[in-house]
Design a protein around this ligand. Sequence first.
Ligand SMILES: CC(C)(COP(=O)(O)OP(=O)(O)OC[C@H]1O[C@@H](n2cnc3c(N)ncnc32)[C@H](O)[C@@H]1OP(=O)(O)O)[C@@H](O)C(=O)NCCC(=O)NCCS
Length: 202
Amino acid sequence: MLRAMRTFSGTRPATFGRHSLEAACRAVVSSASSGRTVTLADGSELALRPIGEQDLDALIRFHEHLSPESVHNRFFGLHPHLSVRESRAFVTVDGRQRMAFILVDRGRIVAVGRYEGLEDQESAEVAFVVADDLQRHGLGTVLLRVLAEYARGAGYQRFVAQVLSSNTAMREVFAGSGLSPVFKRHQGVTEVELDLRSVEVV
Ligand SMILES: CC(C)(COP(=O)(O)OP(=O)(O)OC[C@H]1O[C@@H](n2cnc3c(N)ncnc32)[C@H](O)[C@@H]1OP(=O)(O)O)[C@@H](O)C(=O)NCCC(=O)NCCS
């Protein structure tokens, strides 16, 4: 079992509310001129970067390797394949209203976190998915923080999400975010609201 370290290498720690990214995440994020890296407890490194159109094929492969349970939790039903149209939409971001970050291991996408701005211009809906073999190593937590910092910089005040009420993993990531999570349960789906106003833009 990988256990992520709590040290932060590279430039000064990103601040996240009253907590530093270093203290809040099990996986470690570092920055260098070549880009950002997430280091797992066993020393393996993942590249952290925005998604782009060049990631279309890798994103399709990533989705096809997800377990049915992960797909169900992400899409609330059966969805074994992404259509070309859907995949194109997922790799197309504008850096403000639509943004997504990926973690990449030697060309293989292993996690995606995205937000999409809502009509009120203050809220954005978030969604995450981590490859089954790398779940529970801190990557969902890292992506939430990276997205939160980015979205705050883009002017958003809150994140919202719809989570299957049975999805303990996602609820726990939000519960541990330090972003004053509010959960409203409606039958099988829980609506989550996170307050971004304490997130410092770095
Ligand atoms: C939900 C998901 C993104 C979480 O990402 P992750 O990288 O596995 O989560 P983390 O490792 O950051 O977990 C942080 C904490 O959340 C809790 N947690 C995570 N997974 C859990 C699980 N399966 N059961 C109970 N608690 C869990 C733990 O407290 C964990 O910290 P710990 O391991 O130190 O105890 C990931 O499980 C996933 O991709 N699931 C399938 C897709 C999905 O559900 N998407 C959500 C749609 S919005």
